[in-house]
Design a protein around this ligand. Structure first.
Ligand SMILES: [Zn+2]
Length: 338
């Protein structure tokens, strides 16, 4: 009889320690300690039929086994209750997990960071400004008064609040920077710009510009050319050539557009450069004295140049993206390629 009790105790201990499910634990309690037919319950109930000499010993051993099993059940219950929520609900921890999607920088962000890095290496620092601008910062301070024909070049989104608009270029940041600090100034700014436009493969009403401004005593057009040539070589390699064509912008005088020799055909003529061997990049020029006057700089004391370019356009060129809309459509199939 004592052997039988020890056997039940060992059996119960093993089963309870291995139990990983609250419902199975209830069944184990019933199996060993159940009021009706629990294995130990039956033994305890049968003690009265034993030899009087055996009764005390069997009673003591069976009682101890019962207490031990009860303690093991308590312990197992606490262990199961302290598991994480998901495990209590029957979550199978042996299943392979779902890999969380890894984020990455958008192609436009990568290009912007690359451009910012290129200019920071020659002493430019990054300046920032708001996308909702005043008419003054977007036009007036940039030598483009209300009746100036150049305002027609920009199809502007005006806000209902008087005098506010979505900036049509990042040149607004030049004005804000010069208003805040005396010369010398050497800054770049990058960000979203807005113009009314019907989206197609090469146009969008949201686009991205990066813009540079260098103002100091004795800055010349030669310095501007040096910076643009440096940019071309950093971006596309030493063999890229740069050419400047006269142009007009209200806020620079003289103004120019600059082209890079075609990086695809090395200047021989192809589909991308429309057989010209040159790819139009953007505009630049010497800061107009009227702009210096608007921000309180002395045009007799300092000179400077400004240049800008479309980040979307550079991205299309460098990475062979043939539709500007892809940058803004948030299609993961596109975004994950870069
Ligand atoms: Zn070409």
């Amino acid at each position: 009889m004592l052997d039988r009790i020890e056997e039940i105790r060992k059996d119960a201990e093993q089963a309870i320690r291995a139990c990983a499910d609250p419902k199975a634990l209830d069944l184990l309690r019933a199996r060993y300690l159940g009021r009706g037919d629990g294995m130990l319950t039956e033994i305890l109930r049968g003690i009265g039929t034993l030899d009087a000499a055996l009764r005390p010993k069997v009673g003591e051993v069976a009682g101890r086994a019962k207490n031990e099993i009860a303690a093991l059940l308590e312990e197992a219950r606490a262990r199961l209750d302290s598991r994480p929520e998901a495990a209590q609900a029957g979550f199978d921890t042996t299943l392979p997990g779902r890999r969380p999607a890894l984020g990455r920088r958008h192609l436009l962000t990568q290009i912007t960071d690359e451009l910012v890095g290129i200019f920071e290496r020659i002493g430019f620092s990054l300046a920032d400004g708001p996308e909702v601008e005043t008419e003054y910062h977007n036009f007036d301070a940039l030598n483009t008064p209300a009746d100036h024909p150049a305002r027609d070049l920009h199809d502007t989104f005006y806000l209902e609040e008087g005098g506010l608009l979505l900036r049509t270029h990042t040149s607004t940041v030049q004005v804000r920077t010069m208003e805040q600090m005396p010369p010398p100034v050497r800054v770049i700014s990058a960000g979203r710009c807005y113009r009314r436009d019907t989206p197609d493969a090469t146009h969008h009403f949201v686009f991205h510009q990066i813009e540079g401004l260098w103002v100091d005593k004795g800055v010349t057009f030669g310095d501007l050319k040096g910076v643009i040539i440096y940019l071309a070589h950093q971006l596309f390699g030493e063999e890229v050539q740069v050419r400047f064509r006269p142009h007009f912008f209200p806020f620079t005088e003289p103004s120019a557009e600059y082209d890079f020799s075609c990086i695809f055909c090395k200047g021989e003529g192809c589909r991308v450069c429309k057989r010209t061997g040159w790819i139009e990049i953007a505009g630049a020029g010497m800061v107009d004295p009227a702009v210096f006057e608007a921000v309180g700089y002395d045009p007799e004391a300092v000179t400077g140049f400004a240049f800008g370019m479309g980040i979307d356009r550079l991205g299309m060129l460098k990475y062979g993206v043939d539709d500007i809309r892809a940058f803004l459509e948030s299609d993961l199939r596109f975004i994950e390629q870069f």
